[in-house]
Design a protein around this ligand. Structure first.
Ligand code: SF4
Ligand code: FES
Length: 251
């Protein structure tokens, strides 16, 4: 396949960026999108030009690093797919492909397609954990009975990979789908219930501090989420937040 790539180039967080045009040829339709980006970078290096900076790690849909808009869609045209799992057979010979970084004030661009996602780390650090006594008398987690429905919902929530496609897609730059998944993966389980109230309050507060917008229930995040995280978790997070704040002293 021969393609025209229109790629966002930006030297650093201070400089202005712009779209550069790169024709690319002989791309196999069996190669992945990131392999195509590797070919582009090899071509640029051979010409003595700066390669395009983009994030990636696992290339298996697990780490959530490969974030970019492809023709205006987070992670490209295929549903339930990260950029690293996207194949070039999703495009046609002669296509023009626009490749841009996530756009959100809370995820500032570091260089080219790489954004700073440390806001997500700080939200996780505010409560995305359970405290476990490791004295040697710790109960085996598998010995605690958990209803199948709750285990399934916790597992589904835990499949969030922190890619931030939800933020990038939301017109308000809301991080509520991400935060609600991270809260729900614990609150559905008895091990997570102990700190549930503090967790939801602290994580929501940190989310607000980071400048993410509010949810207005348009549902774009759910559509573009590569892991199919449901809006139902946002409703659950809102209920938990109300319980933890409004009625925290009543039993
Ligand atoms: S909720 Fe979905 S889109 Fe948002 S960070 Fe998690 S996996 Fe990515
Ligand atoms: S590189 Fe890890 S999810 Fe794409």
């Amino acid at each position: 396949m021969d393609l025209i790539l229109k790629v966002w180039r930006q030297k650093n967080s201070e400089s202005e960026g712009k779209i550069e045009t790169y024709p690319i040829s002989d791309i196999s339709e069996d190669s992945s999108f990131l392999e195509m980006m590797d070919v582009l970078n090899n071509n640029l290096i051979e010409k003595g030009q700066e390669p395009v900076a983009f994030d990636h790690d696992c290339r298996e849909g697990i780490c959530g690093m490969c974030s970019m808009y492809i023709n205006g869609q987070a992670h490209g045209p295929s549903r339930g797919t990260t950029t690293c799992q996207l194949h070039m057979r999703s495009f046609k010979d002669g296509d023009t492909i626009y490749i841009e970084p996530w756009r959100s004030k809370s995820l500032p661009i570091i260089k080219d397609l790489v954004v700073d996602r440390s806001a997500f780390d700080r939200i996780q650090q505010a409560g995305g954990f359970i405290s476990v006594n490791t004295s040697g008398n710790t109960q085996d987690a598998n010995a605690v009975p958990i209803p199948k429905e709750n285990a399934d919902k916790a597992f589904d929530a835990a499949s969030c990979i922190g890619c931030a496609a939800c933020v990038a897609t939301c017109k308000n730059s809301s991080a509520m789908l991400f935060v609600s998944a991270k809260i729900s993966q614990y609150s559905y389980l008895p091990q997570g219930e102990v700190e549930a109230k503090n967790r939801v309050v602290n994580m929501v507060e940190q989310m607000d501090k980071e400048g993410f917008g509010n949810c207005t229930n348009t549902g774009a995040c759910e559509v573009e989420c590569p892991k199919g995280i449901s809006l139902e978790y946002i409703a659950r997070m809102n209920r938990e937040y109300l319980k933890a704040t409004l009625i925290k002293d009543k039993k």
